[in-house]
Write a protein that binds this ligand. Sequence first.
Ligand SMILES: N[C@@H](CCC(=O)N[C@@H](CS)C(=O)NCC(=O)O)C(=O)O
Length: 227
Amino acid sequence: MTALTVHHLAHSRSQRVLWLLEELDADYRIQCYERDPATGRAPAALRAVHPLGRSPVITDGERVVAESGAIIEYLLDGHDPDHRFRPAPGTEAFLDYRYWLHYAEGSAMPPLLLSLVFDRLGGPAAPWLMRPLLRRIAAGVQSAFVGPEVRAHLDYLEDVLQRRTWFAGEAFTAADIQMSFPVEAAVARGLAGPERPRLNAFVERIRGRAAYQRARERGGPYDLAAL
Ligand SMILES: N[C@@H](CCC(=O)N[C@@H](CS)C(=O)NCC(=O)O)C(=O)O
């Protein structure tokens, strides 16, 4: 019987954990959680697993591991002795791998999340009288700050992928799995169109991997445009 459980929220970052587990050919089970249809938030049940109630979170017996990057490292520690998905420490590729593992959540996601929040400001959740004002404020913040930030990151990523096949070099690593979420989210939300062919080609490449496809089948709905 497998002890490893992925607490998987629909349409979320935890899809990456399923994908890595499929790449590793590891044994695991999935506990699924649905988002609140009105707010998009995770259900309270996830807070019983970890106080922040976010996904991904995994349980391995009594142990609880949260935060995508930490989960990826934990799984590689236990399942990747031959460095198939994490370059050996001390190599240049390892430095790149570690950079992108942190960059995805530390630098790429904050502006993408802000863009989502300001896109929604003044939407149906707001009192209708306030909507025009809120929309004006949101448009101002988007054009003065969030939009340029998002574009700077996407330009940077496009440039990096012009010079290498995968984020840590010519070999696919778990850093590509970690980077898949910001890149797929940007493409799905129309922020990275045909003017960014390398980002779109990256998405095509990852979707061609058998393990990615198995993870999608097991994980269920994954529509990042709706978020
Ligand atoms: N930096 C964290 C972010 C976790 C996170 O915010 N996950 C989202 C799903 S993509 C979530 O659980 N959202 C539900 C909510 O905010 O209620 C990680 O990478 O694990």
